[in-house]
Design a binder for this molecule. Structure first.
Ligand SMILES: [Zn+2]
Length: 341
């Protein structure tokens, strides 16, 4: 089974796919408390009312959910993109990877390999691919990156990385560029595991708020990007018989007036949407593994995807000291404004 993991930044499920909230009782409220340092302050004035739509803003996601599965994912504040994607893509907590903000100060990403790397190291024959609008996920000269470079594998054609460069229309044009490149690679090369990331929804959330028509339109645009990618791998199943696991995840929601980073329920609520393209046996395997699962935390997403793929990692015996840090305790940021410059 091959993996296509699609990351769409800043998506509220109640806008994208409102009916999905009824699919799991775990969507109602967070499964774990937030650190009080990241508690949201009372707003000075009430935000705009969220418009009520029965129709999903994301028809492709709705179609993926038909015959697919969805699990709640509760993000652990701070609900910024850096810590969110670092946890989702490496299967580690903020304390373990030490990513707390989008600046990645003091991160331990070299010690917390991403899901693509873990798949590669489980079987070095596997080919991996990542494409992203946000450079911090894939670019060596960025603040991160979360996805490891693995230059040896790049030289050997086992690993490909692509970052967007066309920001002539902001994240919209960049997302279109990522979509075009990713759809080509998926369709023609069929990597064994891929991660493709879109940022336009988050940009619209910051600019206009989650209650705005622009936010809803941005989700529809991202949904169309997802459709291109699904089409690319579905064609490979149709013509080559390959089995594909498609997974869609987000890192946080947005407040009605826009913004995220703290502990509001609508900001912390994420989801993992799973859809299998291929044999009935593969679909049944996904259903069996997912059925009865409670809500996930961000760091549970990578282990679950590895389990679904059947990836077993080599490991030392429990209690080993390899890789253990004894020097710098991770305490996270103080939120003391004296340190803001
Ligand atoms: Zn984000």
């Amino acid at each position: 089974m091959k993996l296509l993991l699609i990351g769409v930044d800043g998506v509220r499920l109640d806008v994208a796919l409102p009916a999905a909230l009824a699919r799991h009782t775990g969507f109602a409220e967070p499964d774990h408390p937030a650190d009080p340092r990241f508690r949201a302050e009372e707003p000075a004035a009430p935000g705009p009312e969220m418009p009520r739509h029965e129709e999903p803003a994301a028809p492709t996601l709705a179609r993926l959910l038909e015959g697919g599965e969805i699990l709640p994912v509760w993000m652990t504040p701070p609900t910024d993109s850096g810590p969110g994607w670092a946890s989702l893509l490496t299967g580690t907590t903020h304390e373990q990877n030490n990513v707390w903000w989008n600046e990645f100060v003091g991160h331990r990403l070299a010690r917390t390999p991403d899901i693509l790397s873990r798949i590669f190291f489980a079987d070095p024959r596997s080919r991996t691919f990542a494409a992203s609008t946000w450079d911090a996920l894939v670019d060596a000269s960025s603040a991160g990156p979360v996805i490891h470079q693995r230059v040896d594998q790049q030289a050997g054609g086992q690993h490909q990385l692509m970052k967007a460069t066309d920001f002539s229309r902001g994240c919209h044009s960049a997302d279109v560029q990522v979509r075009g490149h990713a759809a080509w690679v998926l369709n023609h090369e069929g990597p064994d595991a891929s991660f493709v990331y879109f940022e336009g929804v988050d940009e619209a959330g910051h600019a206009h708020g989650a209650a705005s028509p622009e936010y809803r339109e941005a989700i529809a645009a991202a949904d169309e990007h997802v459709r291109y990618l699904v089409k690319a791998v579905s064609e490979r199943h149709e013509q080559l018989g390959e089995d594909w696991l498609i997974a869609v995840v987000t890192d946080h929601g947005h407040k009605p007036e826009g913004g995220h980073g703290e502990d509001e329920v609508d900001v912390r609520r994420s989801f993992l949407l799973l859809h299998h393209v291929g044999s009935e046996a593969g679909r049944e395997r996904v259903r069996c593994v997912v059925t009865g699962r409670g809500p996930l935390r961000s760091e549970d997403v990578t282990p679950l995807l590895l389990e679904l793929l059947g990836v077993t990692e080599a490991r030392w015996e429990a209690g080993h000291e390899v890789g253990a840090l004894h020097d710098t305790p991770s305490v996270g940021p103080t939120r003391n404004l004296d340190h803001e410059w």
